[in-house]
Design a protein around this ligand. Structure first.
Ligand code: TXA
Ligand code: MG
Length: 317
Protein backbone atom coordinates (compact mmCIF):
# COMPACT_ATOMS: atom_id res chain seq x y z
CA UNK A 1 0.00 0.00 0.00
CA UNK A 2 1.48 3.38 -0.97
CA UNK A 3 0.88 5.01 2.45
CA UNK A 4 3.71 7.32 3.55
CA UNK A 5 4.30 9.62 6.50
CA UNK A 6 4.45 13.31 5.73
CA UNK A 7 8.11 14.29 5.33
CA UNK A 8 9.73 16.90 3.07
CA UNK A 9 10.81 14.05 0.78
CA UNK A 10 7.30 12.57 0.65
CA UNK A 11 5.82 15.98 -0.18
CA UNK A 12 8.37 16.51 -2.96
CA UNK A 13 7.57 13.07 -4.37
CA UNK A 14 3.81 13.72 -4.12
CA UNK A 15 4.21 17.04 -5.95
CA UNK A 16 6.25 15.37 -8.68
CA UNK A 17 3.59 12.67 -9.13
CA UNK A 18 0.81 15.27 -9.31
CA UNK A 19 2.66 17.35 -11.91
CA UNK A 20 3.07 14.09 -13.82
CA UNK A 21 -0.72 13.63 -13.96
CA UNK A 22 -0.92 10.96 -11.24
CA UNK A 23 -3.33 10.78 -8.29
CA UNK A 24 -2.23 11.53 -4.72
CA UNK A 25 -4.49 11.24 -1.67
CA UNK A 26 -3.87 13.81 1.04
CA UNK A 27 -5.41 14.85 4.35
CA UNK A 28 -7.42 18.06 4.75
CA UNK A 29 -9.14 19.37 7.87
CA UNK A 30 -12.43 17.80 6.68
CA UNK A 31 -11.79 14.43 4.97
CA UNK A 32 -9.02 12.92 2.83
CA UNK A 33 -8.97 14.23 -0.73
CA UNK A 34 -8.19 12.31 -3.92
CA UNK A 35 -6.02 14.92 -5.61
CA UNK A 36 -5.08 15.59 -9.22
CA UNK A 37 -3.65 18.56 -11.10
CA UNK A 38 -6.85 20.50 -11.89
CA UNK A 39 -5.31 21.92 -15.06
CA UNK A 40 -4.70 18.44 -16.54
CA UNK A 41 -7.83 16.89 -18.08
CA UNK A 42 -6.45 13.35 -18.17
CA UNK A 43 -5.36 13.55 -14.55
CA UNK A 44 -8.87 14.68 -13.59
CA UNK A 45 -10.38 11.88 -15.71
CA UNK A 46 -8.38 9.44 -13.56
CA UNK A 47 -10.19 10.77 -10.47
CA UNK A 48 -13.58 9.79 -11.90
CA UNK A 49 -12.17 6.45 -13.01
CA UNK A 50 -10.65 5.71 -9.59
CA UNK A 51 -13.84 6.65 -7.75
CA UNK A 52 -15.97 4.63 -10.13
CA UNK A 53 -18.42 7.50 -10.46
CA UNK A 54 -21.18 6.74 -12.96
CA UNK A 55 -21.41 10.42 -13.84
CA UNK A 56 -19.27 13.55 -14.00
CA UNK A 57 -20.15 15.86 -11.16
CA UNK A 58 -18.09 19.00 -10.72
CA UNK A 59 -15.15 18.77 -8.33
CA UNK A 60 -13.78 21.13 -5.69
CA UNK A 61 -10.50 22.78 -6.62
CA UNK A 62 -8.08 23.45 -3.77
CA UNK A 63 -5.66 26.34 -3.85
CA UNK A 64 -3.34 28.44 -1.71
CA UNK A 65 -5.39 31.55 -1.03
CA UNK A 66 -7.63 34.32 -2.27
CA UNK A 67 -4.90 35.79 -4.48
CA UNK A 68 -4.74 32.49 -6.37
CA UNK A 69 -8.55 32.33 -6.50
CA UNK A 70 -8.59 35.71 -8.27
CA UNK A 71 -6.93 34.13 -11.29
CA UNK A 72 -9.81 31.68 -11.74
CA UNK A 73 -13.08 33.29 -10.61
CA UNK A 74 -14.96 36.56 -10.21
CA UNK A 75 -15.10 37.42 -6.52
CA UNK A 76 -18.02 39.72 -5.73
CA UNK A 77 -17.69 41.85 -2.57
CA UNK A 78 -19.79 39.24 -0.72
CA UNK A 79 -17.59 36.39 -1.98
CA UNK A 80 -14.50 38.29 -0.93
CA UNK A 81 -15.90 38.95 2.54
CA UNK A 82 -16.68 35.24 2.97
CA UNK A 83 -13.26 34.21 1.69
CA UNK A 84 -11.58 36.66 4.08
CA UNK A 85 -13.62 35.33 6.99
CA UNK A 86 -13.43 31.57 6.33
CA UNK A 87 -10.28 30.87 4.29
CA UNK A 88 -8.27 28.89 5.04
CA UNK A 89 -11.07 26.64 6.24
CA UNK A 90 -13.89 24.28 5.32
CA UNK A 91 -15.99 26.63 3.19
CA UNK A 92 -16.19 25.96 -0.57
CA UNK A 93 -17.33 28.86 -2.72
CA UNK A 94 -18.95 28.21 -6.11
CA UNK A 95 -18.21 31.30 -8.20
CA UNK A 96 -18.40 32.48 -11.82
CA UNK A 97 -15.37 31.17 -13.62
CA UNK A 98 -13.05 33.47 -15.55
CA UNK A 99 -12.37 32.57 -19.19
CA UNK A 100 -8.65 32.74 -18.39
CA UNK A 101 -8.82 30.06 -15.66
CA UNK A 102 -6.42 27.20 -16.33
CA UNK A 103 -8.71 24.66 -14.62
CA UNK A 104 -9.79 22.02 -17.16
CA UNK A 105 -13.42 21.68 -18.30
CA UNK A 106 -13.74 18.18 -16.88
CA UNK A 107 -13.08 19.41 -13.31
CA UNK A 108 -16.14 21.68 -13.55
CA UNK A 109 -18.13 19.16 -15.62
CA UNK A 110 -18.33 21.87 -18.27
CA UNK A 111 -20.02 24.45 -16.00
CA UNK A 112 -19.34 28.19 -16.08
CA UNK A 113 -18.85 28.17 -12.33
CA UNK A 114 -15.95 26.80 -10.30
CA UNK A 115 -15.97 25.44 -6.74
CA UNK A 116 -12.90 26.64 -4.80
CA UNK A 117 -11.61 26.11 -1.34
CA UNK A 118 -8.46 26.89 0.62
CA UNK A 119 -7.88 24.03 3.06
CA UNK A 120 -6.78 24.67 6.62
CA UNK A 121 -4.37 21.77 6.98
CA UNK A 122 -0.58 21.97 7.00
CA UNK A 123 -0.10 18.95 4.71
CA UNK A 124 -2.69 20.07 2.18
CA UNK A 125 -1.19 23.55 2.11
CA UNK A 126 2.36 22.28 1.77
CA UNK A 127 1.30 19.99 -1.06
CA UNK A 128 -0.48 22.78 -2.96
CA UNK A 129 2.60 24.99 -2.56
CA UNK A 130 5.04 22.26 -3.63
CA UNK A 131 2.93 21.30 -6.66
CA UNK A 132 2.31 24.87 -7.75
CA UNK A 133 -0.99 23.86 -9.35
CA UNK A 134 -4.62 24.05 -8.27
CA UNK A 135 -5.64 20.58 -7.05
CA UNK A 136 -8.99 19.01 -7.88
CA UNK A 137 -9.87 16.74 -4.97
CA UNK A 138 -13.14 15.01 -4.14
CA UNK A 139 -13.30 12.88 -1.03
CA UNK A 140 -10.94 9.92 -1.37
CA UNK A 141 -13.48 7.09 -1.34
CA UNK A 142 -15.15 5.00 -4.00
CA UNK A 143 -18.45 6.35 -5.25
CA UNK A 144 -21.27 5.52 -2.82
CA UNK A 145 -18.93 4.75 0.09
CA UNK A 146 -18.49 6.98 3.11
CA UNK A 147 -15.82 9.66 2.98
CA UNK A 148 -12.35 8.62 4.09
CA UNK A 149 -11.11 10.15 7.32
CA UNK A 150 -7.90 8.12 7.72
CA UNK A 151 -5.13 7.06 5.33
CA UNK A 152 -6.15 3.43 5.99
CA UNK A 153 -9.71 4.13 4.78
CA UNK A 154 -8.26 5.56 1.58
CA UNK A 155 -6.04 2.53 1.05
CA UNK A 156 -8.92 0.12 1.71
CA UNK A 157 -11.15 1.92 -0.77
CA UNK A 158 -8.77 3.06 -3.49
CA UNK A 159 -5.53 1.15 -2.82
CA UNK A 160 -3.93 0.57 -6.18
CA UNK A 161 -5.75 3.48 -7.86
CA UNK A 162 -3.60 6.12 -6.17
CA UNK A 163 0.12 6.63 -6.68
CA UNK A 164 0.64 7.79 -3.10
CA UNK A 165 -1.33 8.35 0.11
CA UNK A 166 0.05 10.99 2.48
CA UNK A 167 -0.77 9.89 6.02
CA UNK A 168 -1.62 12.91 8.17
CA UNK A 169 -3.53 10.94 10.79
CA UNK A 170 -7.30 11.15 11.27
CA UNK A 171 -8.96 14.27 9.87
CA UNK A 172 -10.25 16.92 12.26
CA UNK A 173 -13.84 17.59 11.16
CA UNK A 174 -14.72 14.26 9.57
CA UNK A 175 -17.44 15.90 7.47
CA UNK A 176 -16.95 17.68 4.17
CA UNK A 177 -16.72 21.40 3.60
CA UNK A 178 -19.85 23.51 3.31
CA UNK A 179 -20.57 24.32 -0.34
CA UNK A 180 -22.00 27.79 -0.99
CA UNK A 181 -22.77 29.32 -4.39
CA UNK A 182 -22.25 33.08 -4.44
CA UNK A 183 -23.62 35.09 -7.31
CA UNK A 184 -23.17 38.82 -6.82
CA UNK A 185 -24.85 39.56 -3.48
CA UNK A 186 -26.77 36.27 -3.26
CA UNK A 187 -25.58 33.20 -1.38
CA UNK A 188 -27.13 29.74 -1.78
CA UNK A 189 -26.25 26.70 0.29
CA UNK A 190 -25.59 23.67 -1.96
CA UNK A 191 -24.20 21.28 0.66
CA UNK A 192 -24.20 21.61 4.45
CA UNK A 193 -20.81 20.93 6.00
CA UNK A 194 -18.21 21.90 8.56
CA UNK A 195 -19.02 25.65 8.51
CA UNK A 196 -22.51 26.35 9.82
CA UNK A 197 -25.09 28.42 7.97
CA UNK A 198 -25.37 30.62 11.06
CA UNK A 199 -21.69 31.50 10.87
CA UNK A 200 -22.04 32.30 7.16
CA UNK A 201 -25.12 34.45 7.73
CA UNK A 202 -23.36 36.41 10.48
CA UNK A 203 -20.54 37.33 8.09
CA UNK A 204 -22.80 37.86 5.09
CA UNK A 205 -25.23 40.02 7.03
CA UNK A 206 -28.09 38.42 5.12
CA UNK A 207 -29.89 35.10 4.97
CA UNK A 208 -28.67 32.19 2.91
CA UNK A 209 -31.06 30.35 0.60
CA UNK A 210 -30.95 26.55 0.50
CA UNK A 211 -30.80 24.49 -2.66
CA UNK A 212 -29.29 21.20 -1.64
CA UNK A 213 -27.66 19.30 -4.46
CA UNK A 214 -29.14 16.03 -3.27
CA UNK A 215 -30.21 13.68 -6.06
CA UNK A 216 -33.44 12.85 -4.24
CA UNK A 217 -34.48 16.47 -3.69
CA UNK A 218 -36.64 18.23 -6.27
CA UNK A 219 -34.40 20.11 -8.68
CA UNK A 220 -34.55 23.85 -8.46
CA UNK A 221 -34.47 25.77 -11.77
CA UNK A 222 -30.97 26.96 -10.89
CA UNK A 223 -29.73 23.41 -10.63
CA UNK A 224 -31.28 22.43 -13.94
CA UNK A 225 -29.64 25.41 -15.58
CA UNK A 226 -26.32 24.40 -14.11
CA UNK A 227 -26.20 21.27 -16.22
CA UNK A 228 -24.22 22.12 -19.30
CA UNK A 229 -25.95 21.21 -22.53
CA UNK A 230 -25.03 22.22 -26.06
CA UNK A 231 -27.44 24.34 -28.11
CA UNK A 232 -27.18 21.83 -30.97
CA UNK A 233 -29.28 18.69 -30.97
CA UNK A 234 -27.30 15.59 -30.07
CA UNK A 235 -27.78 12.29 -31.91
CA UNK A 236 -26.25 9.22 -30.29
CA UNK A 237 -24.76 5.95 -31.58
CA UNK A 238 -24.18 7.30 -35.06
CA UNK A 239 -21.98 5.32 -37.43
CA UNK A 240 -22.90 7.26 -40.59
CA UNK A 241 -23.15 11.00 -39.91
CA UNK A 242 -25.05 13.20 -42.32
CA UNK A 243 -23.14 15.83 -44.29
CA UNK A 244 -24.56 18.80 -42.34
CA UNK A 245 -23.93 17.31 -38.91
CA UNK A 246 -20.89 17.92 -36.76
CA UNK A 247 -19.22 14.65 -35.80
CA UNK A 248 -18.05 13.68 -32.35
CA UNK A 249 -15.97 10.62 -33.15
CA UNK A 250 -14.35 7.97 -30.99
CA UNK A 251 -11.77 5.33 -31.80
CA UNK A 252 -9.83 4.20 -34.82
CA UNK A 253 -12.77 3.58 -37.15
CA UNK A 254 -14.21 7.08 -37.45
CA UNK A 255 -15.94 7.62 -40.80
CA UNK A 256 -14.56 10.26 -43.16
CA UNK A 257 -16.48 13.46 -42.60
CA UNK A 258 -16.26 16.76 -44.46
CA UNK A 259 -18.04 18.84 -41.82
CA UNK A 260 -16.67 19.79 -38.39
CA UNK A 261 -15.35 16.74 -36.57
CA UNK A 262 -13.45 16.00 -33.38
CA UNK A 263 -12.22 12.58 -32.37
CA UNK A 264 -12.34 12.20 -28.57
CA UNK A 265 -9.64 9.55 -28.76
CA UNK A 266 -8.38 8.04 -32.01
CA UNK A 267 -6.76 5.25 -29.98
CA UNK A 268 -10.02 4.47 -28.14
CA UNK A 269 -8.67 5.57 -24.74
CA UNK A 270 -11.56 6.47 -22.40
CA UNK A 271 -9.37 8.64 -20.13
CA UNK A 272 -8.35 10.77 -23.09
CA UNK A 273 -11.96 10.85 -24.28
CA UNK A 274 -13.25 12.00 -20.89
CA UNK A 275 -10.60 14.71 -20.71
CA UNK A 276 -11.73 16.10 -24.09
CA UNK A 277 -15.48 15.60 -23.80
CA UNK A 278 -16.68 19.00 -22.58
CA UNK A 279 -14.35 21.14 -24.67
CA UNK A 280 -15.18 19.04 -27.75
CA UNK A 281 -18.93 19.55 -27.22
CA UNK A 282 -18.39 23.29 -26.82
CA UNK A 283 -16.20 23.48 -29.90
CA UNK A 284 -18.62 21.56 -32.11
CA UNK A 285 -21.52 23.59 -30.74
CA UNK A 286 -19.67 26.79 -31.63
CA UNK A 287 -19.51 25.75 -35.30
CA UNK A 288 -23.26 26.42 -35.45
CA UNK A 289 -24.06 22.91 -36.67
CA UNK A 290 -27.71 22.06 -35.95
CA UNK A 291 -26.86 18.54 -34.82
CA UNK A 292 -23.87 16.87 -33.24
CA UNK A 293 -23.67 13.21 -34.27
CA UNK A 294 -21.92 11.06 -31.68
CA UNK A 295 -20.29 7.73 -32.46
CA UNK A 296 -20.93 4.80 -30.09
CA UNK A 297 -18.74 4.83 -26.99
CA UNK A 298 -18.26 1.65 -24.95
CA UNK A 299 -20.22 1.53 -21.69
CA UNK A 300 -17.21 0.21 -19.72
CA UNK A 301 -15.20 2.09 -17.06
CA UNK A 302 -15.26 5.83 -17.70
CA UNK A 303 -17.49 5.16 -20.72
CA UNK A 304 -20.46 4.99 -18.35
CA UNK A 305 -19.95 8.58 -17.18
CA UNK A 306 -19.20 9.79 -20.72
CA UNK A 307 -22.41 8.17 -22.02
CA UNK A 308 -24.40 9.54 -19.06
CA UNK A 309 -23.35 13.05 -20.02
CA UNK A 310 -24.07 12.47 -23.71
CA UNK A 311 -27.50 10.97 -22.99
CA UNK A 312 -28.43 14.05 -20.96
CA UNK A 313 -27.19 16.30 -23.74
CA UNK A 314 -29.34 14.29 -26.18
CA UNK A 315 -32.47 14.33 -24.01
CA UNK A 316 -35.32 16.48 -25.40
CA UNK A 317 -35.31 20.00 -23.93
O1 TXA B 1 -14.35 18.75 2.39
C1 TXA B 1 -14.37 18.72 1.17
O2 TXA B 1 -14.94 19.59 0.48
C2 TXA B 1 -13.63 17.56 0.47
C3 TXA B 1 -12.16 17.72 0.79
C4 TXA B 1 -11.32 16.67 0.11
O3 TXA B 1 -11.71 19.01 0.44
N1 TXA B 1 -13.86 17.60 -0.95
C5 TXA B 1 -15.07 17.27 -1.48
O4 TXA B 1 -15.09 17.38 -2.85
O5 TXA B 1 -16.02 16.91 -0.83
P1 TXA B 1 -16.23 16.76 -3.77
O6 TXA B 1 -15.68 16.97 -5.18
O7 TXA B 1 -16.58 15.39 -3.36
O8 TXA B 1 -17.45 17.69 -3.56
C6 TXA B 1 -17.97 18.44 -4.61
C7 TXA B 1 -19.24 19.13 -4.16
C8 TXA B 1 -20.42 18.41 -4.72
O9 TXA B 1 -21.50 18.52 -3.84
C9 TXA B 1 -20.65 19.20 -6.01
O10 TXA B 1 -21.94 19.07 -6.49
C10 TXA B 1 -20.31 20.62 -5.56
O11 TXA B 1 -19.24 20.45 -4.66
N2 TXA B 1 -19.83 21.45 -6.67
C11 TXA B 1 -18.59 21.48 -7.19
N3 TXA B 1 -18.52 22.35 -8.22
C12 TXA B 1 -19.74 22.88 -8.34
C13 TXA B 1 -20.31 23.84 -9.23
N4 TXA B 1 -19.60 24.43 -10.18
N5 TXA B 1 -21.62 24.13 -9.07
C14 TXA B 1 -22.35 23.54 -8.10
N6 TXA B 1 -21.86 22.64 -7.23
C15 TXA B 1 -20.58 22.30 -7.35
MG1 MG C 1 -17.79 12.68 -1.48
Amino acid sequence: MPIVDVTPEALAEAARLLRDGRLVAFPTETVYGLGADATNGEAVARIYEAKGRPRFNPLIVHLAGVVEADAHVELSPLARALADAFWPGPLTLVLPRKATSSVCDLATAGLDTLALRVPDHATARALIAATGRPLAAPSANRSGHVSATTARHVADDLGDKVALILDGGPTHHGVESTVLAVSGGDATLLRPGAVTVDAIERVAGRSVARSLDDDTAPRSPGQLASHYAPAARVRLNVTTPQAREALLAFGAYAPRHDGPAINLSPSGDLIEAAARLFSALRELDATGAGTIAVMPIPETGLGEAINDRLRRAAAPR
